[in-house]
Design a binder for this molecule. Structure first.
Ligand code: HAM
Length: 444
């Protein structure tokens, strides 16, 4: 049984006695699959989020948010997706069916539909919601995670995809990952759609077929064939699909589907544009990427670590028909979700997580109780000057205060001592150089 007391800091606490450990495991731990964020974990989380936000800013995306609870109905889709089976749902006191959000995209659709007449398109929006899914717990998968979402609404051409892919790569570069560490596999659902329509398969079950095919790496070939036959596909067609998903180059599809294939021209355009942004070396075409969410209609992509030790780092694609599933007018949409769990595991494994201290400018301490008021006055002045001040609230010896200032990485130690205060002065120690100086309170 795992002890999920703390998140990104994956080392187990050493000081716990077996008795206390048993107590924590049985009584005090968070709900299975959910995480506590102790200050050191929260610091790392803020560090990651600051990169998410900074990348979003450099691509001129605006932040939005929505409630963590939504009406269950916005997630229920008739396509056999895992995500709908994993919903945390309940009935509220007014008898309404409510769900914790498993993903942000339906909330985003809701926000757009509500205000479509007054919004100026295209929209480029981002958010970092906490999402809840009752998942089987494996490495990289928890029951809650934070998910950086970037979505572009109102752009029908593949510039949107390439902007999103560039943003993901920009994030990788910022946190120290290279194209030798990670990559993004890309395909387009229209390849399969065109193939199926050439074989005379009706279109109405296309999204369900994609959801089945996404399970290809988890289920046996026989089980997939069985699921496809329940959707009305013959064994010949299923075999043809299987062969198609193994094709590794776009030109083979061009021969198969003809020069006027929309799927092929979209893929070629995407890779051409990616070349202009110098990101091609991070990307690869992979027909086996289908994605498990039913609403994708075109480009689909997933980022992965090249050692293949982890689950997908992020995933996304084009979903041009989601709005009409809520009885609204469709609009071209494209986006991705990028979780905090897998990326942190990869960065930890590669020793790329920074050691972050508390970020305090000054530690202020007083040597005698009679100097407490002075210390509080000094702290107030320094804070008004914009400095972050950690006031030690009990009188302390210099040695102890110095040790503490060192431990938290403060840049200065402000000493309120009886000798200096007789002259209305304070003593300041620069922690980096060790130099000390005296300053009149009136000059602070
Ligand atoms: P998704 O593939 O279900 O897509 O999730 C996107 C990412 O969220 C995954 O690649 C992973 O990083 C993270 N993630 C998902 N589930 C878990 C979990 N149980 N534990 C940890 N991390 C997880 C979507 O959610 C789409 N709504 C993304 C999107 C946005 N498509 C268009 N716009």
């Amino acid at each position: 049984m795992g002890l999920e007391t703390s998140m990104y800091n994956l080392t187990p606490p050493k000081h716990l006695t077996p008795h206390l450990l048993r107590f924590i495991v049985s009584e005090l731990r968070p709900v299975r699959g959910a995480r506590d964020f102790y200050p050191e974990d929260a610091r790392l989380r803020s560090w990651l989020f600051s990169h998410f936000k900074e990348v979003s800013r450099t691509f001129a995306f605006e932040e939005y948010d929505a409630p963590i609870v939504e009406s269950e109905s916005i997630y229920t889709r008739k396509s056999g997706e895992e995500i709908t089976d994993q919903i945390y749902n309940f009935e509220d006191k007014g008898g309404r069916r409510i769900s914790l959000r498993p993903e942000m995209t339906p909330s985003l659709a809701r926000l757009i539909i509500q205000k479509a007449p007054v919004l100026s398109f295209p929209l480029k929006w981002y958010s970092i919601p906490q999402c809840w899914r009752y998942e089987r717990m494996t490495r990289g998968r928890k029951r809650e995670h934070y998910q950086w979402n970037m979505d572009i609404i109102g752009v029908e051409n593949t510039s949107a995809e390439v902007e999103l892919l560039s943003a993901i790569i920009s994030l990788f570069e910022r946190v120290g990952l290279s194209k030798e560490d990670v990559g993004i596999r890309i395909s387009n659902r229209k390849l399969l759609q065109e193939l199926l329509s050439n074989m005379g398969t009706p279109e109405n079950q296309f999204s369900e077929i994609c959801v089945v095919l996404d399970k290809m790496h988890k289920l046996s070939k026989e089980d997939i064939f069985e699921n496809l036959s329940q959707l009305g596909l013959s064994e010949d067609i299923s075999s043809e699909i299987f062969d198609m998903l193994k094709i590794q180059d776009i030109s083979t599809f061009e021969q198969k589907l003809g020069a006027d294939s929309e799927a092929v021209s979209e893929l070629k355009e995407l890779f051409n544009l990616a070349d202009s942004c110098s990101i091609t070396e991070w990307l690869s075409f992979d027909a086996s990427i289908v994605r498990g969410l039913s609403y994708y209609t075109g480009t689909v992509f997933e980022a992965f670590d090249k050692k293949q030790d982890f689950r997908a780092i992020c995933g996304g694609g084009r979903y041009d028909k989601l709005l009409s599933s809520f009885n609204a007018t469709d609009m071209p949409c494209c986006g991705f979700g990028f979780g905090d769990v897998v990326i942190m595991e990869i960065l930890q494994e590669r020793n790329l997580l920074p050691s972050l201290l508390q970020n305090t400018d000054d530690v202020v301490f007083f040597m005698e109780d009679s100097l407490r008021e002075v210390a509080m006055k000094v702290s107030t002045i320094l804070r008004k000057n914009g400095r972050s001040v950690d006031l030690i609230m009990k009188s302390k010896k210099v040695k102890k205060a110095l040790k503490y200032a060192n431990k938290i990485g403060a840049s200065r130690l402000i000493m309120i001592t009886p000798d200096e205060w007789e002259k209305e002065s304070i003593r300041i120690k620069d922690m980096a150089s060790g130099e000390e100086s005296e300053l009149l309170l009136s000059k602070l």
